[in-house]
Design a protein around this ligand. Structure first.
Ligand SMILES: Nc1nc2c(ncn2[C@@H]2O[C@H](COP(=O)(O)OP(=O)(O)OP(=O)(O)O)[C@@H](O)[C@H]2O)c(=O)[nH]1
Length: 412
């Protein structure tokens, strides 16, 4: 990945995108109950929770990340998030803030689709009861597909003429069209490989174009469903329907509003809450260190425990971001100055620098990505001072801790 990964948060108005973003970041996206409350796309830093390398070596106490933080071996790595506003059915033809939404989307590497599984908002985000959220999953995918298809079909005649005249391969011709979405040749190739008996491009019908675009979307916009508002009593039946209809799509049950609430109480010193878990302590558990809460809030916390935390194991918010990073096959890679102690420049704190890199990336590519193209790398070492070649790949737990020895600058 030549630049930092970007995870887009999409969904209809009032599905809970801003609440989700707030719970994943420290940003203050406007949270409101009205459609189109988020007008500008909102980019913010989220934090991906991973098991830090420090815990592998019992060095949790010495771990001091340059960015994000690490708490007892749970590291929070910054990752860019994009709140994409105003998507409604018909967006590809300009409805709502459709074109703007789709244009923002180009930059995303993976999507979190926030689905309101309470059934209390219709496809445009207006209040209702008994709405079927299955429809939201369908139309959102359709809007993205129709947008890409529209861009392709508008120029189809000249695309085919050029393809024939220049005797190009299908992958080259499509890359020229899909490059604007940030695609690369291997991505287009994988999309094509998935389709059986693909005829020559000159013979593609509308159906073939649709097949190709659908396959491209799986590569370009791998999607995780955040089944949000799972705290609502009507959520269960909708969740079952979605899981039955989309067994192969990664989905995570979430209650973004619960996460926001618990974080707020934590900041104010009323509760101790371990993000990503079911554990919440109040003054009843630890009167010495936690401020007392009134009856009403204590009852709400009890409800949250029963309806969300103990039933599902967490609010799901951390997990949904982990699932999105998983779709991109991202793993943390640590670069250290001293491969024996894992310390950085100052010689004391360990594992200060950490980057998210696609699993299987060549070590040499990681080195150039991190050090910049200008430097010459003389040697690369991993744990135990073992030399690794530039062609070795980074995997979880293997070649994911690296030290780069630079060649002295030429004085000529
Ligand atoms: N019950 C429940 N309500 C939620 C949850 N998440 C968000 N909400 C509520 O849903 C409403 C809409 O949330 P927002 O986060 O503003 O939704 P949005 O998708 O950003 O909406 P737009 O800005 O219109 O695109 C607000 O009243 C939130 O409090 C949740 O997990 N459970």
């Amino acid at each position: 990945m030549p630049r930092d990964p970007l995870i887009g948060i999409v969904g209809k108005p009032s599905s809970g995108k801003s609440t989700m973003l707030n719970s994943l970041t420290d940003a203050n996206a406007a949270v409101g109950a009205f459609p189109f409350c988020t007008i500008e796309p909102n980019q913010a830093t989220g934090y991906l929770q991973v098991d830090c390398a420090c815990s592998r070596f019992g060095k949790q106490e010495l771990c001091k990340p340059n960015y994000g933080w690490c708490l007892q071996g749970k590291r929070h790595i910054p990752i860019m998030l994009l709140d994409v506003a105003g998507l409604v059915p018909g967006a590809h033809s300009g409805r709502g803030l459709g074109n703007k939404f789709l244009d923002d989307l180009r930059h995303a590497d993976a999507l979190i689709h926030v689905v309101d599984v309470s059934g209390t908002t219709d496809s445009e985000g207006k209040n209702t009861r008994g709405y079927d959220p299955l429809y939201d999953i369908e139309w959102l995918q359709d809007e993205i597909r129709l947008w890409i298809e529209g861009n392709l079909k508008r120029r189809w005649g000249s695309i085919v003429r050029k393809h024939t005249a220049t005797k190009s391969s299908i992958v080259d011709t499509l890359q020229a069209q899909f490059g604007g979405y940030g695609s690369q040749i291997p991505m287009v190739q994988r999309a094509l490989d998935r389709i059986d008996s693909l005829p020559p491009l000159e013979e593609w019908t509308d159906e073939w174009i649709t097949k190709v675009v659908k396959s491209f979307m799986l590569e370009k916009f791998p999607t995780v469903l955040a089944l949000n508002k799972m705290d609502h009593p009507d959520a269960d039946k909708n969740v079952s329907k979605i899981m039955l209809k989309y067994p192969d799509t990664k989905s995570v049950l979430t209650s973004a509003i619960t996460e926001v609430f618990l974080r707020k109480l934590t900041k104010q010193g009323f509760v101790r809450y371990e993000e990503g878990t079911e554990f919440v302590d109040t003054c009843e558990d630890d009167p010495e260190n936690l401020k007392p809460l009134d009856e009403k809030v204590l009852n709400r916390i009890e409800n949250i425990r029963d309806l969300v935390l103990y039933r599902f194991g967490s609010t799901g918010v951390m997990q949904v971001l982990q699932a999105a990073a998983g779709q991109l096959d991202l793993i943390p890679v640590y670069t250290v100055r001293n491969i024996q102690t894992f310390a950085g420049g100052n010689g004391t704190n360990v594992f200060r620098d950490c980057f998210l890199v696609k699993r299987g990336t060549h070590v040499g590519k990681v080195a150039r990505y991190i050090m910049g193209g200008e430097v010459t790398i003389a040697a690369i070492e991993t744990v135990g001072g073992v030399r690794v070649s530039e062609e070795s790949t980074v995997e979880e737990g293997k070649n994911d801790i690296l030290s780069f020895k630079l060649a002295p600058k030429s004085t000529l």
